[in-house]
Design a protein around this ligand. Sequence first.
Ligand code: GDP
Length: 302
Amino acid sequence: EKFRDGLTKTRDSFSGKVNDLVARYRKVDEDFFEELEEILIQADVGFDTVMELIDQLKYEVKRRNITDTAEVQTVISEKLVDIYNSGENQTSTLNIQDNALTVILFVGVNGVGKTTTIGKLAHKFITEGKSVFLAAGDTFRAGAIDQLEVWGDRVGAPVIKQAEGSDPAAVMFDAIQAAKSRNADILLCDTAGRLQNKVNLMKELEKVKRVIEREIPGAPHEVLLVLDATTGQNALIQAKTFKEATDVTGIVLSKLDGTAKGGIVLAIRNELKIPVKFVGLGERMDDLQEFDPEKYVYGLFA
Ligand code: GDP
């Protein structure tokens, strides 16, 4: 249900166009595929991914002897799921430690929905009975610490912070001590999101990671990159930069509800080879869903 609701804009645009295409073309031919290609590109599926999908569709159509365009529609859904699931490492499950502190680092540029995602995920864990601490590691952006505290209050998670402008690595150190001494299950760490200077970004993330690793061997257990679905191909460019700066283990795609171009999920998966672990489907605390390719593709058409 959540997926269906969150994908309304994409579905209205995408499946509307596909239905119209199928109605106009009775027979599957080269022109049909060309128009389909255009629809997929407009939905932000990404050029390489579209080419792969079209190739696979043509192959399937030939293999199964499909001539009717209506039949192609089901093959499109199948292939979209296949493309998402292809390759390794597609699981959306988080690496959570049993009976030990799990540290999750959040990275991403300002405004993508990082703080909101941390709040939502904290809420999800707390609902499951886990105790959650938040680390206010974005000491750079004015208001970032306050904003995290608002979420901390809302969901009932203590926020470990220092003054604006302080060293994020020192905040992480404090947060780990606090979380450990109170036997917390999960520590969610915010970080600053300036991309203007890639060298600084890398240095800061490296330092933060080093402190976390030193305090807890094997941590951070996840490095989640938050991307804003409404920024389309720009999100892909951001992802490439962060991938170079640090080892990203998963993606959270926020604001999927706010775009008609929800095909970006497939482009991210296919071009970056990093699994999309969660999608944001609204601004409220329960508007975060574990990503499920089948539900997603179903939501595109149903
Ligand atoms: P940050 O700067 O990366 O920490 O971004 P914020 O968490 O402050 O989010 C920026 C804006 O995006 C806020 O107004 C959020 O309410 C909004 N937002 C975040 N996630 C979602 C989402 O999944 N859907 C929608 N519609 N809005 C979102």
